[in-house]
Design a protein around this ligand. Structure first.
Ligand SMILES: C[S@@+](CC[C@H](N)C(=O)[O-])C[C@H]1O[C@@H](n2cnc3c(N)ncnc32)[C@H](O)[C@@H]1O
Length: 159
């Protein structure tokens, strides 16, 4: 299975880069992983709703260019469906059985995802009602995908 993670903005902190490198290495056993970064837009401190919508739209256009027609798209949304780790593992496994061999996860920028990206989504996935920084969200997502594969193969990691 191929997994693409589309994110907004460049990862800055070394400790996050190290964590991404570690989980990318662990995940390489299970398939091809690619992490794509699209440029973020500068968000003014006191941006109006209209300006924020325009920013989400611009970032969204960049995200959509990276989404392949055959990809099954999971957008990360606070208001999406919450799964526990076993359910998430089952979701990945079931998609594989259904022949969905290319999963694309999309993490929004600091003000979230635009409408057009949400429309392209096949599944809205929530990691809780709490808001996580988008850069940290990458690490949490990769760890959960790795955990999912370990659960699927019955390995002891998730205990
Ligand atoms: C800082 S958050 C954006 C907050 C923005 N107000 C919103 O509601 O989307 C950046 C991105 O991280 C992801 N994210 C943050 N917390 C999340 C959560 N609990 N579940 C799923 N995704 C989350 C989403 O993709 C979000 O677009």
């Amino acid at each position: 299975m191929k997994i693409t993670v589309i994110t907004v903005g460049k990862l800055k902190e070394k400790y996050l880069k190290d964590a991404i490198a570690e989980y990318s290495k662990r995940l390489s056993k299970y398939g091809k992983l690619e992490i794509l970064e699209v440029a973020d837009e500068k968000t003014p401190d006191m941006a109006s709703e209209t300006v924020e919508r325009q920013i989400r739209q611009k970032e969204g256009e960049r995200i959509l260019r990276y989404i392949k027609d055959d990809a099954y798209v999971l957008t990360l949304e606070i208001g999406g469906k919450m799964l526990d780790s076993v359910e998430f593992a089952k979701k990945i496994e079931t998609l594989g059985v259904q022949g969905k061999s290319h999963l694309t996860f999309v993490i929004g920028g600091s003000i979230g995802l635009g409408e057009e990206v949400l429309k392209r989504s096949d599944y809205a996935l929530s990691f809780s009602k709490m808001t996580f920084p988008h850069q940290l969200m990458r690490v949490i997502l990769l760890e959960q995908i790795y955990r999912g594969y370990r659960i699927i193969e019955g390995a002891p990691y998730h205990k």
